[in-house]
Design a binder for this molecule. Structure first.
Ligand SMILES: Nc1ncnc2c1ncn2[C@@H]1O[C@H](COP(=O)(O)OP(=O)(O)OP(=O)(O)O)[C@@H](O)[C@H]1O
Ligand SMILES: [Mg+2]
Length: 385
């Protein structure tokens, strides 16, 4: 039987590659920000925010950095631990703190303590062991939008304690605007060191795919034209996860057909199976507010423009809610709905630099004409009311 994969697990989302092509500058920047922490000489707590759209390598970058930072610190005689928590999974301050304790393997019982006390106990532990920690909170917007107080605790308690700061943090989010929701003092203590990962272009995705294919596939199975096709297809989204997903599935189609190579036709099948063009059935699965948001988007883009800002879309959504006598959702749940629509591939959220105004997120509709979407949604919504 022809073999396609050499190490299939190296294409899985959890695998952290040993290097990240086209992210050298960002990795270097992280090292610079944390150089004091890594050398054990930092007198102030370092805080860095990493932003970027879906699949731009935020999680991979931070995890790779964390692993190398621990190593480098060890060579400097500094006991540094990298602690990573995904807030999509750990949804409250208490659960996040419990995860940190687990990763430290500290003998601290979490139950029965208030969050603040728990954080003090973690800090006591670090002091006792003369340890430092870099805490990465991934998808942190999900904690902030729930009104969890972890960022407030981390920024305030750090300042209360004597001695060198034991904890520094990396916050990861697709949406930089989420920080507008924090109170002023927490916000100003966090902002400053922002690393923005821009979307990959086809050329960059080509290099990334080539490198990852070398790790995961048998030599020679990925035809040059197939590689180019994946890079082009994914280039429109700028999303490395999407690119790698197509590669993996194309490999699976090739395997199933007992083909010795991955052909462009395998690639096309793979791409079509991931985000089939938006169909009516998909819209039926959405909840009412997701439909109302999509309708607002479809109407906003009728005039022919490609993008609308999240803030403008929120306003238009409120108008649509009025029209359909629905109570508009708060901005934070509006944002969560947007993320789901993005995950489903129906809309695209792109973060762009907007001159002095800072970074803004823009929403587009890649897979379906706005007029058709509008007609479909209006008929579904009419049927329901
Ligand atoms: N420069 C790169 N080189 C090699 N692989 C990469 C690179 N950037 C991203 N990847 C891979 O692409 C996939 C998506 O990256 P990652 O999960 O880091 O994206 P993300 O920005 O965290 O996305 P999300 O917003 O959905 O969490 C991962 O499998 C990752 O290993
Ligand atoms: Mg991620």
């Amino acid at each position: 039987m022809a073999r396609i994969f050499k190490a299939e697990e190296k294409l899985s989302p959890d695998y952290i590659p040993g290097r990240l092509p086209h992210r050298d500058n960002e990795l270097r920047l992280l090292r610079t920000f944390f150089s004091g922490v890594i050398s054990g000489s930092s007198m102030i707590s370092t805080r860095v925010i990493v932003t970027g759209s879906v699949g731009t390598g935020k999680s991979a970058l931070v995890k790779l950095f964390g692993a190398t930072a621990e190593e480098e610190a060890r060579r400097n005689g500094v006991n540094l631990r990298f602690l990573y928590v995904n807030c999509r999974i750990s949804k409250s301050t208490f659960v996040v703190l419990s995860r940190l304790i687990e990763q430290l393997r500290a003998r601290i019982g979490a139950r029965g303590f208030a969050n603040e006390e728990l954080l003090h106990r973690i800090l006591n532990y670090l002091e006792l062991k003369n340890m430092y920690a870099i805490i990465a909170l991934d998808e942190v917007d999900l904690l902030i939008s729930r009104g969890e107080d972890i960022l407030y605790l981390l920024s305030r308690i750090g300042e209360e304690r004597e001695g060198p700061p034991r904890i520094s943090i990396i916050l990861i989010t697709r949406n930089p605007e989420i920080f507008d929701l924090l109170d002023e003092s927490t916000r100003s203590s966090l902002l400053g060191n922002v690393i923005h990962l821009s979307e990959y272009d086809s050329g960059q995705l080509y290099d990334i795919l080539k490198f990852r294919a070398e790790e995961a596939l048998m030599p020679g199975v990925l035809l040059e034209e197939s590689l180019r096709l994946i890079a082009d297809l994914a280039g429109e989204r700028g999303d490395a996860r999407y690119a790698l997903d197509i590669l993996w599935r194309a490999g699976k189609y090739a395997e199933a057909e007992n083909s010795r190579v991955i052909t462009p036709e395998h690639v096309r099948k793979a791409a079509a199976s991931i985000y089939p063009a938006v169909r009516r059935e998909h819209l039926e699965f959405l909840n009412q507010h997701e439909r109302l948001i999509l309708l607002a988007l479809a109407r906003s883009l009728q005039g022919g423009q490609a993008y609308i800002t999240t803030a403008d879309l929120y306003q238009n959504y409120q108008l649509i809610c009025e029209e359909y006598s629905a109570e508009p959702r708060a901005y934070t749940s509006f944002w969560e709905h947007l993320q789901r629509l993005d995950d489903l591939g129906i809309i695209r959220i792109k973060v762009r630099s907007d001159g002095i105004k800072g970074r803004r997120s823009y929403i587009s509709l890649p897979g379906i004409p706005a007029t058709i979407l509008q007609a479909e949604l209006e008929s579904i919504l009419r049927r329901q009311s």
